[in-house]
Design a binder for this molecule. Structure first.
Ligand code: SF4
Ligand code: SF4
Length: 185
């Protein structure tokens, strides 16, 4: 194969009145010029980026400043006094596109007030669509900015009422940060 190329090069060179050395030298020069052009282009790109602030963060040392609307871990807000805000209407469970992902059991006390006995959300199957947060009539189920949700088993991702519920103070803080009426009784 090498012989064929070499013979072809010699034949073309002699036709153009050039020696084989001239042709090889010309092609080497053009490779060097192309290489230098690419190196210069790369250096210019680096210089151009040098004065631009990076958009990446050194996570986890530096945590991102997330939007108020970030869809992180789901939570249940309480009333300001720490009692249940959820009325057990099941609207969130019904609107959730993932079957039985939200499970709620409730009963009514002697005053006909709803008491939530069980509220679980399987975060391992949640697609963080936000349907449940939009449909809740009492602004109870909401997203937190917490995105570090990895765990060692699927079971650990099923959060119960205790895992989900924010106390009265935390709930008021959430409402304050999101422009809702702070005190809920
Ligand atoms: S965010 Fe979407 S998928 Fe997740 S619990 Fe709510 S409705 Fe279901
Ligand atoms: S929609 Fe709201 S009030 Fe109704 S069950 Fe879900 S969290 Fe509770």
């Amino acid at each position: 194969m090498m012989m064929m190329v070499s013979e072809q090069t010699q034949a073309s060179a002699s036709l153009a009145g050039k020696t084989t050395t001239d042709v090889v030298s010309q092609s080497t020069n053009s490779l060097v010029v192309d290489g230098l052009k690419e190196i210069t282009r790369g250096l210019l790109t680096v210089l151009k980026q040098h004065n631009i602030d990076p958009i990446t963060l050194e996570y986890p040392e530096v945590m991102p400043d997330l939007s108020d609307r970030f869809h992180g871990r789901l939570s249940l807000l309480s009333k300001s006094d720490g009692t249940d805000l959820c009325i057990g209407c099941q609207a969130c469970a019904r609107v959730c596109p993932c079957d039985d992902l939200i499970q709620i059991e409730m009963h009514r006390d002697a005053d006909k007030k709803p008491v939530i006995d069980r509220f679980t959300i399987d975060l391992g199957r949640c697609i963080f669509c936000g349907n449940c947060t939009e449909v809740c009539p009492v602004d109870c189920i909401k997203f937190l900015p917490d995105f570090e949700l990895a765990d060692y088993s699927r079971e650990a991702l099923v959060l119960d009422k205790k895992d989900l519920t924010l106390n009265g103070e935390e709930s008021d803080q959430w409402r304050k940060e999101h422009g809702l009426a702070v005190t809920v009784a």
